[in-house]
Design a protein around this ligand. Structure first.
Ligand SMILES: [Ca+2]
Ligand SMILES: [Ca+2]
Length: 502
């Protein structure tokens, strides 16, 4: 009897079909803070995985994304279609918004589908309800009707696979094209139904863990099995399962620790945040086992259900707000930037740079808002004179604003004067290594440093009667040794000569 190899072959087929392609990878799922009676904004980054690794979907939108949210403790869910943002800093980000009640909790999860492959979070079965209703599971695969291979009956024709979790259990639900789940087809013929998980962070891709609904005594009976995809060894029973059938639904659950404490399963929680999940039906006879129907392999982001308490919020922190350079010409690019951190990971619904009366949207370096995210923007073309700027952020509940600051735009191409008249300010030392101190400067004047061929290397706005040139250019890079000329824009005809030495 070759029953010891049947499951290996079939699971291998099922899982490789999905890993090979097209499953949409989700990352950085986050939302704004839940303001009572307001709106919540959900963001998800999406990548399409292929055999070469991760390929960002930048031409989309091939994927369909939905947010399911519940405001009644997961009794019911409302579905909202997400749309792609595609703006700078959000090329692969999808978003949706929905209304927040005045109090209570908001739970949501994201489900994505691309080319028949799904990636999903799921509801959290907090009460460990058994068997779980449809409201406590999420679809991880859809399957066509009528595509089973020479099935003994329509019960072997899968129509879908669902997953869920509680604190203690993983939940597995299969649906078929029938209203029964027979385990025997007569003498020496059995049917099995299972849904396997594989951990992409496992040290090898050898092991699949699957609850199997099967009654092929004495070979295999209902249980959680560890299955070696590459050897002919007998699947090893590593735990019990609960199982339940009702109409076209088959529900199973296993203890999470029976799966994750097995070293072959790999680290848990894992880095990638998901497990592969695929369902399969099989017919087992004395001469071996045959796969009858297999779902595409989905990605199950477990256990990661975002839950929010309406009105609860930690205020974001802004730090290191700045502009570089402080003084420049209308042609110069000014780089504005700061760091945004939100302990409760909310995305900023407002991320503004305000210059005088104008507001600009800042671009984030990542969407991991629990860490420091750099928001920045490069702009040029500001008018001459002194400009005020500040940054303003809002996480959905709290608005935070930086202290107003200034930068100055000045004309560097001032006509060359005689260059001979006596400068009214002074600079010292005339031969320097690290710094030159300019004194008797008019407060608010702009000091120009030019190289020996007349190019402007640095503009310094004098905030007081003195200014310091640190020997660096406008990009902050130390200039080479040589002769430099310093003058102020209020008296362009006067200049001082300094020599920088190494
Ligand atoms: Ca099917
Ligand atoms: Ca917050």
């Amino acid at each position: 009897m070759r029953a010891n190899t049947w499951f290996r072959i079939a699971v291998l087929t099922g899982l490789l079909a999905g890993v090979s392609l097209a499953a949409p990878g989700l990352s950085d799922i986050c939302s704004s803070a839940p303001a009572p009676g307001g709106d919540i904004l959900v963001h998800t980054d999406v990548a399409v995985l292929d055999s070469d690794g991760i390929e960002w979907d930048t031409e989309g939108p091939p994927a369909e994304l939905r947010v399911f949210y519940s405001t009644d403790s997961q009794s019911s869910w409302t579905e909202v279609v997400m749309t792609r943002l595609g703006t700078p800093g959000y090329d692969s980000t999808w978003q949706a918004d929905f209304a927040v009640p005045l109090s209570g909790t908001v739970v949501y999860y994201v489900n994505a589908e691309h080319d028949g492959f799904m990636a999903t979070q799921s509801p959290y079965n907090g009460g460990d309800t058994w068997p779980p209703g449809q409201n406590l599971i999420a679809r991880v695969a859809v399957d066509d009707t009528g595509d089973a291979v020479e099935p003994e009956g329509p019960y072997l024709d899968l129509t879908g696979a669902y997953v869920g979790y509680s604190a203690d259990h993983f939940y597995f639900v299969l649906t078929n094209n029938d209203d029964q789940w027979p385990t025997s087809g007569g003498l020496l013929k059995w049917f099995s139904y299972s849904l396997g998980f594989a951990n992409p962070d496992a040290p090898s891709d050898t092991w699949v863990f699957a609850p199997v609904y099967v009654d092929a005594w004495p070979v295999m009976q209902y249980g959680l099995f560890a299955i070696n995809r590459y050897s002919g060894e007998m699947p090893e029973r590593v735990g019990d399962i609960d199982h339940h059938t009702a109409g076209n639904r088959l529900v199973m659950r296993c203890a999470i620790t029976d799966m994750t404490s097995d070293p072959r399963f790999g680290p848990w929680p894992n880095q990638l945040g998901y497990v592969y999940a695929a369902a399969i039906t099989q017919t087992i006879t004395i001469s071996g086992a045959t796969a009858k129907d297999t779902t595409a392999t989905g990605l199950f982001y477990a256990p990661r259900t975002p839950q929010l308490v309406v009105g609860e919020n930690t205020t974001p922190v802004l730090s290191q707000a700045r502009v570089v350079p402080r003084v420049g010409t209308p042609e110069d690019v000014f780089r504005f930037g700061l760091y945004y951190t939100d302990a409760d990971t909310h995305l900023p619904v407002r991320r503004s740079l305000v210059v005088d009366e104008d507001t600009f949207e800042l671009v984030p370096s990542s969407h991991r808002y629990w860490g420091r995210v750099l928001f920045s923007l490069n702009r040029s073309g500001f008018g001459l004179g002194l400009h005020w700027f500040h940054f303003s952020f809002d996480d959905g509940i709290s608005t935070v604003t930086t202290t107003p600051d200034t930068f100055r735009v000045a004309r560097a191409s001032v006509a060359e004067g005689q260059g001979t008249s006596q400068a009214r300010f002074s600079a010292g030392p005339a031969v320097f290594r690290d710094r030159v101190v300019l004194s008797k400067v008019n407060r608010g004047d702009v000091v120009e440093v030019r190289n020996s061929v007349g190019g402007v290397v640095r503009l310094i706005w004098a905030g007081s009667m003195s200014a310091v040139w640190d020997g660096r250019n406008n990009e902050g890079v130390e200039v080479p040794a040589g002769t430099y000329f310093i003058r102020t824009q209020s008296s362009p005809g006067s200049r001082l000569r300094v020599v920088k030495v190494r």
